[in-house]
Design a protein around this ligand. Structure first.
Ligand SMILES: [Fe+2]
Ligand SMILES: [Fe+2]
Length: 191
């Protein structure tokens, strides 16, 4: 088996530390955004704003479902919706923080919110409709965030990692909704 050539231990790991130090002193008003930022900054901010809109729509939909489920005395489902709403709010906050780090402006405008969002706002008639709509929204987020993660790749590892963490949470949400559908389905059959 061929072994990879080992690095010369006497040489520094970084390509050119003098050049890195010189660049760091330039444009310090850019904060965390370095001259060598590898992704297209404008695209990164636009993509993050779309993810932000997706999260806000998910907060609104889960909140609506929480209150509707409370109204029909489906307390455990209502509690699950509320927990998801809070987690989606946390995602929105973390994405907005990242946009600020990239010297962008988080877009919280209700104008065009549904256009920017990947997921939809569907109210649903019955409890099972609501859960199904939430599962669909989670599945949309899972697919669109996976694509965003591929875009960031190694060009912006911080944004990639943030989206990877959020993606893992969306997968848990989808699993929760699937379990609820199964549980309610069984309840309906045995009733
Ligand atoms: Fe989310
Ligand atoms: Fe979610």
């Amino acid at each position: 088996m061929a072994t990879a050539p080992s690095r010369d231990p006497k040489k520094p790991f970084l390509s050119d530390i003098q050049e890195i130090r010189r660049r760091a002193r330039q444009h310090i008003e850019q904060g965390a955004v370095i001259e060598n930022y590898k992704a297209d900054l404008e695209t990164s901010i636009r993509v993050l704003n779309e993810a932000l809109a997706t999260e806000i729509v998910c907060v609104l939909r889960y909140k609506r479902h929480h209150y509707m489920a409370s109204g029909i005395h489906a307390q455990s489902v209502a509690a699950e919706f509320l927990e998801h709403a809070k987690e989606e709010q946390g995602h929105a906050d973390r994405i907005a923080e990242r946009i600020i780090q990239l010297n962008g402006a988080p877009n919280f405008s209700p104008d065009g919110l549904l256009m920017r969002s990947h997921s939809e706002y569907v109210e649903g008639e019955t409890l099972i409709d609501m859960i199904k709509e939430d599962l669909v929204a989670e599945r949309i987020a899972i697919e669109s965030y996976s694509e965003i993660i591929r875009y960031f790749g190694d060009k912006d590892p911080t944004s990639r990692r943030l989206l990877e963490e959020i993606l893992a949470n969306e997968e848990e949400h989808a699993e929760d909704m699937k379990t609820l559908i199964e549980t309610l389905g069984e309840g309906a059959r045995s009733a």
